[in-house]
Design a protein around this ligand. Structure first.
Ligand code: NI
Ligand code: MN
Length: 228
């Protein structure tokens, strides 16, 4: 089976698995990297890693318009249900569930998670998706480096999307160390160069990662799609 990954810049991804369209952290309005507007996307599921505005983004509006089911930690899921009136599925760190698109586990992330209106958003998460045919896709969300990334790597990661922007998340040095812990086959750098504060050179990072690990780095231009 194949799957498709679309990058909208920053931490926003689309994933298509079978007939299911997933949208991760739908930050479109105000995202200088994408030309896509919230009206352009039609997800079946909206997955949110944590409550920050550059991750919740346009989720409420998209859920209201499309009827997409939202999946997030219990605190963010409750907030999304209150804001949108839509259907949500709450999970929490370490817990997995068999959704129609695959098995989704929320993983540890070292970060914050307050929601845009100040509501407590629980613990931030990463997303580990196992497709129906066994491919493992890890979207780290916003996180610093943590040693138990090695435990995520033990699952056998096919594709990892990791932040490299520094300041708010791992920078290039720690993201390289993360690749060594996770040992994914493919890495997509994310959460960089959206603003000057997190400007990074992804080509330089790719060269270092590919020199020091067996992972291949796929640098995605915003609003492009890769098929795997
Ligand atoms: Ni954040
Ligand atoms: Mn962020």
């Amino acid at each position: 089976m194949s799957y498709q990954v679309t990058f909208y810049g920053h931490g926003t991804f689309g994933v298509k698995i079978d007939e299911y369209q997933l949208l991760i952290d739908p930050f479109l309005t105000g995202n200088p990297s994408t030309k896509i507007s919230p009206d352009d996307v039609n997800p079946d599921y909206v997955l949110i890693t944590h409550g920050h505005g550059d991750h919740v983004g346009d989720a409420v509006e998209i859920i209201k318009r499309t009827g997409a089911k939202a999946i997030a930690n219990a605190e963010v899921a409750k907030w999304l249900a209150q804001q949108s009136g839509g259907e949500v599925h709450a999970q929490h760190i370490g817990g997995g569930y068999h959704h129609p698109f695959g098995y989704l586990k929320l993983t540890q992330a070292v970060h914050g998670s307050s929601l845009p209106d100040g509501t407590y958003g629980g613990m931030p998460a990463g997303l580990l998706i196992t497709t129906p045919t066994g491919e493992k896709l890890y979207f780290a969300g916003d996180t610093g480096l943590f040693a138990s990334m090695a435990l995520i790597g033990e699952e056998g990661i096919d594709l990892a999307a990791l932040p490299i922007g520094d300041n708010y998340t791992m920078g290039p040095d720690d993201a390289l160390r993360a690749v060594k812990l996770i040992q994914p086959k493919i890495v997509i750098p994310a959460h960089y160069s959206t603003w000057p504060l997190i400007e990074q050179d992804p080509d330089a990072w790719k060269a270092r990662v590919e020199a020091e690990t067996n992972a291949r780095v796929r640098i995605m231009s915003p609003d492009t799609t890769l098929e795997f």
